[in-house]
Design a protein around this ligand. Structure first.
Ligand code: GAR
Length: 189
């Protein structure tokens, strides 16, 4: 069975969907949820679904502690699902082509430092864009720059607030992220 490790910093609705998906699918399992935020709602969500959690700080991420933990688990795929810290180069090097991220917009638009979560949806709303979407991509040392694996767009002409845009984007994420993960795990087997 393939092992997935999730990194998340906040609410964890994507993490929850992914965990639930692999509870029903013997292809893989979520071995652990790792977070840099001890107040993150994702911790409770993971615990309720009986998934191990680990809280770490920035130093532990950047100086080896997190890599040591990963090397014990030996994940087949590392998934950033709403993880907001820069991902360190030494982990990227240790797991080439095995780390993916989801971004709540159609990259290369609305990517880069500071462009996460509601900041993205607010910018899109202010620009009066007619559509937005999601991007799933490989992780490189630079924010939002790795090769794109999957994109899906959605019209937002009917959205009258950034929150409504966020809702539509989350729906897309929950529908497609687990499926893309399944596909990647199948390809690598
Ligand atoms: C998701 O929309 C994800 O795309 C975004 O954070 C949200 C987390 O939601 N990620 C980024 O903005 C990364 N740049 P969740 O905690 O409910 O899964």
């Amino acid at each position: 069975m393939k092992k997935i490790v999730l990194f998340a910093s906040g609410n964890g609705t994507n993490a929850e969907e992914i965990i639930k998906c692999f509870k029903k699918d013997s292809l893989g399992t979520v071995a652990a949820v790792l977070t840099n935020n001890s107040d993150a709602k994702v911790i409770d969500k993971a615990k309720k679904l009986e998934v191990n959690t680990l809280i770490f700080n920035k130093t532990e991420l950047n100086e080896g502690f997190v890599l040591d933990k990963l090397n014990i688990i030996k994940p087949d795929l590392i998934v950033l699902a709403g993880f907001l810290l820069k991902f360190p180069e030494h982990i990227i090097k240790a797991y080439p082509n095995k780390i993916i991220n989801i971004h709540p917009a159609l990259l290369p638009n609305y990517g880069g430092k500071g462009m996460y979560g509601m900041n993205v949806h607010k910018a899109i709303f202010e620009n009066k864009d007619e559509k937005t979407g999601i991007t799933i991509h490989y992780v490189t040392p630079n924010y939002d720059e790795g090769a794109i694996i999957f994109q899906k767009n959605v019209t937002i002409l009917d959205c009258i607030s950034p929150e409504e845009i966020a809702k539509k984007v989350h729906q897309l994420e929950h529908k497609h992220f687990p499926e893309v993960i399944k596909k990647l795990l199948t390809q690598n087997s």
